[in-house]
Ligand binder design. Structure first.
Ligand code: SF4
Ligand code: SF4
Length: 276
């Protein structure tokens, strides 16, 4: 089976490759990559659409289906299985957020999608509502002849960002509401005020909602990422949903959700800020 067929069967909307030597990696990232895959020579990168549409709720669209880490590792695992049959002497290591590779840098070098000013990768016809996953390998792979082009730079995402996180490059994570909804510990009064005015208790979709590439974006056909599989669609979490849950029982109830990794504490805090 050819590479394209493997990625297509896995549900990828786009895929490409880049040379490991082209990636900008810090010394610790390079070391970690070499531990995962000695003599790493290439990276496959693939985009999986996740939006189920613009339904109301207080969870970001990306967190409404099954946890994408689980979904991507499962889907990329199937691709790896096919690649091992094609190249039995080589190693293939799937990654989704948990690898030392910068997935957006991989996508840029691989020519996958457009590079949005908001830092996201745009893959037609699904817009920026895509997750990126990688496969690190000791199989030599080339980067694309040209890296991905930039978006039209209309500035709508910069203007829509409540915290001004996109005002300057590089992006300021301390001012991003998506990061703030996940931040443990003390928040500054300014950060609390941003969260009070924010409609979501987990994530932020504003810089995507205003992007012209997302205006007519198609919904994802992937059942697991859109809550049509064994993990049902969940758009809203309430204080009642979390009432009485210990860390352990929270994980038992929500452990297959992307918002679960921080535990119930930050979600309770965010819900409380919303009603203050
Ligand atoms: S909103 Fe405009 S500037 Fe921002 S990513 Fe989309 S096209 Fe680019
Ligand atoms: S996710 Fe929200 S807060 Fe973060 S950069 Fe985009 S609009 Fe700004």
């Amino acid at each position: 089976m050819k590479h394209a067929e493997l990625f297509q069967r896995s549900g990828a909307a786009a895929w490409g490759t880049c040379a490991f030597s082209d990636l900008p990696l810090s010394a610790p990232q390079r070391q970690r990559a070499q531990e995962l895959c000695p003599d790493a020579r290439g990276v496959f990168v693939a985009a999986y659409p996740y939006s189920a549409g613009d339904g109301a709720g207080n969870l970001s669209r990306y967190a409404r289906g099954e946890d994408y880490h689980l979904v991507l590792l499962r889907r990329l695992g199937e691709v790896c299985q096919g690649l091992r049959e094609l190249y039995p002497a080589h190693r293939f290591v799937p990654g989704a957020d948990n690898s030392p590779l910068d997935e957006r840098a991989c996508a840029r070098l691989a020519g996958v999608g457009l590079q949005g000013r908001n830092g996201l990768v745009i893959v037609e016809p699904y817009g920026s509502w895509v997750f990126l996953g990688t496969i690190l390998t000791d199989l030599p792979l080339p980067s694309a002849p040209e890296p991905s082009p930039d978006c039209i730079n209309c500035g709508a995402c910069v203007r829509a960002c409540p915290g001004g996180a996109l005002d300057k490059l590089p992006f300021d994570e301390e001012r991003c509401l998506s990061a703030l909804t996940q931040k443990k510990g003390e928040l500054s009064p300014e950060q609390e005020a941003l969260l009070r005015a924010h409609p979501l208790i987990w994530g932020c979709d504003l810089c995507q909602q205003v992007c012209p590439y997302n205006r007519d974006a198609l919904p994802s056909p992937l059942a697991d990422l859109t809550g049509q599989g064994s993990v049902p669609y969940l758009s809203t979490l309430t204080e009642e949903d979390l009432e009485g849950l210990s860390n352990r029982s929270f994980r038992a109830k929500y452990g297959n959700r992307a918002f679960a990794w921080r535990g119930p504490g930050v979600l309770r805090r965010n819900l409380k800020l919303r009603r203050e």
